[in-house]
Write a protein that binds this ligand. Structure first.
Ligand SMILES: NC(=O)c1ccc[n+]([C@@H]2O[C@H](COP(=O)([O-])OP(=O)(O)OC[C@H]3O[C@@H](n4cnc5c(N)ncnc54)[C@H](O)[C@@H]3O)[C@@H](O)[C@H]2O)c1
Length: 248
């Protein structure tokens, strides 16, 4: 199966940036959001945001013509069916399991039978989303990192029902997006796949250190960046991820 048209659900921190990346590498993209203001903001971030197309031109990552062509490939819409009628949909609505299950049920009803349904969930069991559909073999996790135009991260989460063909198509799309896809197994008994399980264990320990009065959050961040050459410490990471790294 060839992916030409990608639907993105949610035009927030992740959805807008994911759409930008997909359009930059040649996919036609339809971004849907329930909130018209989010669609306007998502388009703005993809264009003039810190990691948007304009800054890509300024940093000579792409030409003005390529940036304009990428933007022209993205449709921002309040029409759910338009986003569902694509080859592959990436769901990036807020991290609430009930909401994602509802969205997958609606997607299954609206999308053509061959459409692959991906979730950018940070950690919910992908099997729970697959179970809301009649196409569990076409449901897979495609977990991105923020800022999506910069980070190579692509955690491809396969359930026990995801087909090999689906995994191959998503690996292909992620590779075309310039990412380094790594396939991992779904974890129905825990929140988080690989990256977030390790990351949140580290954040929990950092918070324990602050609660015990051993060091302040700023000092923990300073020590960790100095010791490991990380771009941000555990608390800075939490703040940065929440804002899409726009304020740092
Ligand atoms: N922010 C990050 O660093 C990050 C990184 C990786 C994964 N994620 C995951 O990506 C998903 C989205 O996170 P975000 O940070 O972009 O959230 P966000 O709040 O910035 O954006 C979510 C968008 O979804 C829209 N929305 C709400 N209900 C909707 C619906 N039913 N249909 C379509 N759109 C709807 C909202 O209006 C909003 O614009 C979450 O599952 C999150 O855990 C986030």
């Amino acid at each position: 199966m060839t992916v030409e048209r990608i639907g993105v659900l949610g035009a927030g921190v992740m959805g807008g940036a994911i759409a930008q990346v997909c359009a930059t590498v040649g996919f036609d993209v339809v971004v849907y959001d329930i909130d018209s203001e989010a669609l306007v903001a998502g388009k703005q971030h993809a264009t003039t945001g810190r990691f948007g197309l304009d800054s890509g031109v300024e940093r000579a990552k792409l030409t003005r013509e390529d940036a304009d062509a990428a933007l022209a490939r993205i449709t921002f819409t309040e029409d759910f069916a338009a986003a569902a009628h694509t080859d592959l949909v990436i769901e990036a609505v807020p991290e609430r399991l009930d909401l994602k299950i509802r969205v997958f049920r609606d997607l299954d009803a609206a999308a053509p039978p061959s459409t692959i349904l991906c979730s950018n969930s940070s950690g919910f069991p992908i099997q729970a989303l697959a179970a809301a559909t009649d196409r569990p073999e076409l449901v897979v996790g495609w977990h991105w990192a923020s800022p999506a135009p910069v980070m190579k991260f692509a955690e491809i989460v396969r359930t026990r029902t995801t087909s090999d063909a689906t995994v191959a198509v998503v690996i292909g799309a992620a590779t075309q997006c310039g990412k380094h896809p790594v396939v991992v197994q779904d974890t129905p008994m825990a929140w988080g796949y690989v990256a977030n399980r390790v990351y949140f264990a580290m954040v929990a320990e950092a918070q324990k250190i602050v609660n015990e009065g051993i060091a302040t959050a700023d000092d923990v961040d300073q020590l960790m960046t100095d010791c490991y050459r990380w771009p941000a410490g555990p608390f800075g990471m939490v703040k940065g991820a929440g804002s899409g790294w726009t304020a740092t």
